[in-house]
Design a protein around this ligand. Structure first.
Ligand code: NAI
Ligand code: MG
Length: 346
């Protein structure tokens, strides 16, 4: 028996999701198996297929599975824009109190618009404008005459995410944390975030540098000079927007992984959504979800397996030049995944 076979298995929930979810999940699980990853998957339906089967995009069996495993790899789940049900992703984060969303943006492919990008965005995942405390006010015969929305930030929540960001910086040998806010306009909502994060920063004086940026200026600076950033900590909505921008710096959404971290539960996923425009065509890039799986391996201290998979991705993209369409290549999801699996042995 090899050391890999003897290593203990780790129960984990697998949610293929909808749209391109099942295609990229299939590709990723194949590569994980080839790499000898330790996960024993409990496959659970969520999103559109779960509505058909259970009448809920986030059905009880899925929740029960995560309650048991405390660990999940998740494909994208479609949320209707405007009306319809509440975002399944937001409900999952709330259900398991996944307060930190960690989104690393790292250049894997040379020759893009930017070289050597290495920024980690840490997004507050439960508060801010995502609490969906919003409603319409009717005037006369217009039921949607006025739209009202409020955000909620708590000192405890701000403190928790700021601490997470500074601890992350220390643990990962990072030098600087940039606090992103809009405290010049939303003086209270994001003012509390800035005030609290600055207080937390004092506890790390001499160990981690700190600065802060107003979100719009930060968005511009990310385009002009992204190398000035190291770790960014942001409120929920700003973090959502900036993490897609950072994904754009490193080759697009097909390359950007994310982790939703709570006290005792973690769910790993790609930053991108269900990509309905290319779903079912077998051409989606599975790298983002695969990199999320690598973060999951790091999380369970299987760093060596994660490093081997990252190395195989690197070889496939840079040396073999096998790439999916979003990266200008011609490979299908399956062809790309097969190449990565082959390169595990290289
Ligand atoms: P999206 O991320 O699904 O797609 C945006 C664009 O990027 C599309 O042109 C798509 O084809 C492309 N793209 C995304 N992932 C790709 C991949 N792996 N390979 C190649 N191309 C890729 O964003 P969109 O269209 O705004 O949202 C679609 C649905 O996904 C919505 O219902 C949204 O609510 C949901 N969504 C779910 C998320 C999650 O499950 N965590 C996150 C973001 C959106
Ligand atoms: Mg987003």
């Amino acid at each position: 028996m090899t050391a890999l076979q003897q290593a203990p298995r780790i129960p984990a929930t697998l949610i293929p999701g909808d749209g391109i979810g099942p295609e990229i999940t299939d590709a990723v699980v194949g590569i994980l198996d080839a790499a000898g990853a330790p996960f024993d998957w409990d496959v659970q339906q969520g999103g559109l297929p779960a509505i058909k089967e259970h009448g809920d995009p986030l059905p009880q069996p899925l929740l029960a599975s995560i309650r048991r495993t405390r660990l999940a790899l998740k494909g994208p789940l479609t949320t209707p824009v405007g009306g319809g049900f509440r975002s399944v992703n937001v409900r999952l984060r709330e259900e398991f109190e996944l307060y930190a969303n960690v989104r690393p943006g790292r250049t894997l492919l040379a020759g893009g618009r930017y070289e050597d990008i290495d920024v980690v965005l840490i997004r507050e995942n439960l508060e801010g404008l995502y609490v969906a405390f919003e409603h319409y006010v009717a005037i006369g015969d217009d039921p949607h005459a006025v739209a009202l929305g409020s955000g909620i930030n708590t000192r405890a929540g701000c403190r928790r995410i700021a601490k997470y960001a500074f601890e992350y910086a220390l643990r990962n040998g990072r030098k600087k944390v940039t606090i992103v806010h809009k405290a010049n306009v939303m003086k209270i909502l994001t003012g509390l975030f800035l005030e609290t994060a600055r207080e937390v920063a004092k506890e790390y004086e001499g160990r981690v540098e700190v600065n802060d940026r107003i979100v719009d200026a930060c968005a511009m600076q990310l385009v002009l000079n992204p190398w000035q950033f190291d770790v960014i900590v942001a409120t929920n909505l700003f973090g959502d927007i900036l993490s897609d921008e950072i994904a754009g710096l490193v080759g697009g959404l097909g390359m950007a992984p994310g982790a939703n971290i709570g006290v005792d539960t973690a769910i790993f996923e790609a930053v991108h959504g269900s990509a309905p425009d290319i779903a079912g065509k077998g051409i989606a890039n599975p790298t983002a979800l695969l990199l999320a799986a690598c973060m999951m391996l790091d999380h369970v201290e299987r760093r060596e397996t994660a490093a081997r998979i990252r190395g195989a991705i690197d070889l496939t993209l840079r040396v073999d030049h096998i790439r999916t369409g979003d990266l200008g290549g011609k490979a299908t999801t399956r062809e790309y995944a097969a190449a990565v699996a082959r390169n595990l042995a290289a």
